[in-house]
Design a protein around this ligand. Structure first.
Ligand SMILES: *Cc1c(COP(=O)(O)O)cnc(C)c1O
Length: 344
C-alpha cells in the first residue's frame, strides 16, 4: 500500500532511531534534559528568536500561543480554513475564552484589505481584536507558500494596530525549501511561530513555539497547565534535531513527487487540482459528481494500492513524505490516471 494520506504517517528512519537511543536525557520539567535544551536553543537561533519551547504537538503549541497573546473576550483574526479553526477541536473557545473571526481568503491567504474591515473599535460592546494568525504553508489552502510580501504587509498592519502576530508554521520548512526564503526572513514578521517536527521532518512527535523570552516563559507555564510538561523527552527531541539537520533539504524530493501526482490529477476529467499549481508536498483535488464522492474515489484508489484522504464529501488530498519514493509516486500517479473513465 502506498500511503499518501498524510506526512504524519512516517516512521523514524534507522538513523533517527539510533540518534534517539543515544540521546542524553534528564527531567525536562526540572530544565535538566540536555537534548531538549539543545533543541530549544537551536530552534530559537534558527528562526532568530530569543527563546523556544518544546511541545508534544503542533495543536498544543498553537493553543498555547493563543493563550499567551490573548485574554478572555479577545478575538483572533484568521483565515477561515486555518488549522487553528478547522482542526484543533475548538481550542480557543474551550481553553482561552477567545473568539475566532474566520475570514475567507484565497487558498488560505489573507491580505490587509481582507483583514481591515474586521478590526473592532475600542468599544465595550465588542470583543477586543488582539491577534492575527497566519499559516504557511497552508494545509487546507493546498500547500501553497504564503507570499512573503503579503506577510510583511499584514505584519506591519497588525503592529500598527496593536495586534500580536502568530505563525502556524507546521510546514514552514516546506515553504523555505520551495521559496528559497530562509527561516529568519519568514519568522521576523511574527511575534511567535510554531513549527512541527512530526510532519515532513519525520520525527515521531514534537513541535516548538518560538518567540521573545518573556512570552516563552509565560508559554512554559501554560504548557504545564495544558498538561504538556514532559519528563525525559530528550529521546523525542533527538529525533527532532535529527530531522531538522537531515530532512529539510530533501523536502525538495517530496515537492517534486507531489508535482508528479498533481500532473496526474490534471489528466483526469472530473478531478480539479485546487489550487491549480502544486507548490509543496500537498495535492488537493475536487471531485466532480460524475466520479462519485471523495470517498468513492479514495476507495477506488485503495483497491489499486494507493491510500488518499477523503476530506469532505468532494475533496481528496494526497501528501508526499519521507516514506514514499519516486517509484511509489509514479505508481500512484498511474493509479490516479486510471480513474479516468470511472463512473459514480
Ligand atoms: C498538523 C498541523 C498542525 C497540528 O499539529 P499536530 O501535531 O497534529 O497537533 C497545526 N497546523 C497545521 C497547518 C498542521 O498541518
Amino acid at each position: 500500500m502506498i500511503d499518501l494520506r498524510s506526512d504524519t504517517l512516517t516512521k523514524p528512519t534507522a538513523g533517527m532511531l539510533a540518534a534517539m537511543m543515544a540521546a542524553a536525557v534528564g527531567d525536562d520539567v526540572y530544565g535538566e534534559d540536555p537534548t531538549v535544551n539543545e533543541l530549544e536553543a537551536r530552534v530559537a537561533d534558527r528562526f532568530g528568536k530569543e527563546a523556544a519551547l518544546f511541545c508534544p504537538t503542533g495543536t498544543m503549541a498553537n493553543q498555547i500561543a493563543v493563550r499567551i497573546h490573548c485574554r478572555p473576550q479577545d478575538e483572533v483574526l484568521l483565515e477561515a480554513s486555518n488549522h487553528i479553526y478547522l482542526w484543533e477541536a475548538g481550542g480557543p473557545a474551550a481553553l482561552s475564552g477567545v473568539t475566532l473571526r474566520t475570514i475567507p481568503g484565497r487558498f488560505g491567504v489573507l491580505s490587509v484589505a481582507d483583514l481591515e474591515p474586521h478590526l473592532h473599535p475600542d468599544d465595550m460592546h465588542s470583543v477586543r481584536s488582539r491577534l492575527v494568525c497566519l499559516e504557511n504553508t497552508h494545509n487546507r489552502g493546498g500547500g501553497g507558500v504564503y507570499p512573503l510580501a503579503t506577510i510583511a504587509d499584514v505584519s506591519a498592519w497588525a503592529r500598527a494596530n496593536g495586534l500580536a502576530t502568530h505563525l502556524d508554521g507546521a510546514r514552514l520548512w516546506n515553504a523555505e525549501v520551495a521559496s528559497g526564503v530562509g527561516p529568519r526572513e519568514w519568522a521576523r514578521h511574527f511575534d511567535t511561530l510554531m513549527v512541527s517536527f512530526s510532519k515532513g521532518l519525520g520525527a515521531p512527535a514534537g513541535s516548538a513555539l518560538a518567540g521573545p523570552k518573556d512570552l516563552i516563559a509565560h508559554a512554559r507555564r501554560v504548557r504545564k497547565l495544558f498538561g504538556g510538561a514532559m519528563r525525559q523527552v530528550g529521546f523525542l527531541a533527538a529525533a527532532c534535531l535529527y530531522g531538522m539537520d537531515r530532512h529539510v533539504a530533501r523536502l525538495a524530493d517530496d515537492h517534486a513527487n507531489a508535482k508528479l501526482l498533481g500532473d496526474a490529477v490534471r489528466d483526469v476529467p472530473g478531478l480539479t487540482l485546487t489550487p491549480g499549481e502544486v507548490e509543496t508536498n500537498l495535492v488537493w483535488a475536487e471531485v466532480a459528481p460524475a466520479l462519485g464522492t471523495a470517498r468513492d474515489v479514495a476507495n477506488r484508489l485503495k483497491a489499486a494500492g494507493v491510500q488518499a484522504s477523503a476530506l469532505g464529501s468532494n475533496v481528496v488530498r494526497f501528501v508526499t513524505h519521507l516514506d514514499v519514493s519516486r517509484a511509489d509516486c509514479e505508481r500512484a500517479a498511474a493509479a490516479i490516471r486510471a480513474l479516468s473513465g470511472a463512473r459514480a
